[in-house]
Design a protein around this ligand. Structure first.
Ligand code: MG
Length: 337
């Protein structure tokens, strides 16, 4: 197998504002694995609030020795060699995992959702994200969400109630909120959750700081709506701890080293009675289409990362009636543009 990789900068259509930061670009590294006349594509997305960078990803990739493998080698053997035992370089590993799933899927002639025995009949709605802005701009952006079955609102600033009210002034669609650790007082958080419920909010992501397990445990006992772990949850090994603090988990390929572990997490989360949300970073249609292979296993998806950029270099999963639908193409179902 030949491994190639190069840096690429995603241009965002709108400035993206969270409780903690604001930006107009996202650096990524694109990966290609070639073997036996086939090419598999992968991607690492590297938003600035996470530890990995284009440099660290390329340093990691430079250490990999894939030359001795062919598609006759079982994929799990190659994956095990790439993953190693250290819990670091997760996005870099995800890029290789995605490219391996793409090329092995192409060799099988099957999309991964088919290989996993999943059906596209009951796909969950995907959310359309509205970043923190003035209430007037948020109301304006809500019009762009027409056709989506779920609107995702970023909270965690002093204007939380105004943000929800602005959206409610123009739309009755179900809302989910992502606080990005922005509430620090559990009593105030509970107050806001009750208010959110009255406003038709169906669940809340990461209300409290990720290390404040004590406040989360209390909030989890009292909350009127499901609470989903994002920053508090990364890998399969985190599931038992998170299961006592939240009602569900947000699985992202870049956090959990890719499709192999994400598939395990989705199945194990359901076994533990947890809800499954499938999320993303700003990514091209490469990583989004990879994540979409798992969408039949999700209760909600938040796979709009490719819609937020103006220089997507892949074509893949499509948006149809507010749902992200993987293609029937083999592998992760993408074509390079
Ligand atoms: Mg989140």
């Amino acid at each position: 197998m030949k491994l190639r990789y190069y840096p690429y900068t995603l241009q965002l259509r709108h400035t993206f504002t969270l409780a903690t930061s604001s930006r107009t670009t996202t650096p990524v590294v694109l990966v290609e694995i070639e073997s036996d006349g086939l090419v598999g594509y992968g991607e690492a997305s590297l938003p600035p609030y996470l530890p990995e960078t284009q440099e660290s990803v390329m340093q990691f990739l430079a250490t990999l020795q894939l030359d001795s493998y062919t598609l006759a080698t079982p994929m799990d053997n190659v994956l095990a060699a790439v993953m190693g035992s250290e819990n670091r370089d997760c996005a870099a590993k995800a890029a290789v995992d995605i490219a391996l799933h793409d090329i092995y899927g192409k060799a099988m002639g099957k999309a991964w959702w088919q290989e996993w025995g999943l059906s596209l009949d009951n796909l969950p709605h995907t959310s359309f994200t509205i970043g923190i802005d003035t209430p007037a701009c948020m109301a304006e952006k809500t019009h762009e969400a027409a056709g989506f079955g779920l609107i995702k609102v970023k909270l965690g600033t002093p204007q939380d109630r105004e943000s929800i009210a602005a959206i409610r002034s123009v739309s009755d669609a179900p809302i989910c909120v992502d606080v990005n650790q922005g509430w620090s007082d559990k009593y105030e958080a509970l107050d806001k959750l009750h208010w959110c419920k009255e406003q038709g909010v169906v669940f809340a992501e990461q209300p409290m700081p990720k290390h404040d397990d004590e406040s989360m445990a209390w909030l989890h006992q009292h909350t009127p709506i499901p609470l989903i772990a994002d920053e508090s949850f990364q890998r399969l090994a985190d599931l038992p701890r998170v299961a006592s603090l939240f009602d569900g988990v947000n699985i992202k390929l870049m956090k959990c080293t890719g499709l192999h572990e994400a598939h395990q997490i989705a199945n194990e989360a359901h076994r533990l009675g947890l809800k499954v949300m499938l999320g993303c970073m700003t990514e091209t249609s490469c990583a989004i289409s990879a994540a979409a292979q798992l969408s039949p296993l999700a209760d909600w998806t938040d796979l709009d990362g490719n819609l937020l950029i103006s220089n997507d270099c892949f074509r893949g999963a499509t948006l149809s009636n507010g749902k992200v639908v993987p293609t029937t193409l083999a592998g992760i179902g993408v074509e390079k543009i």
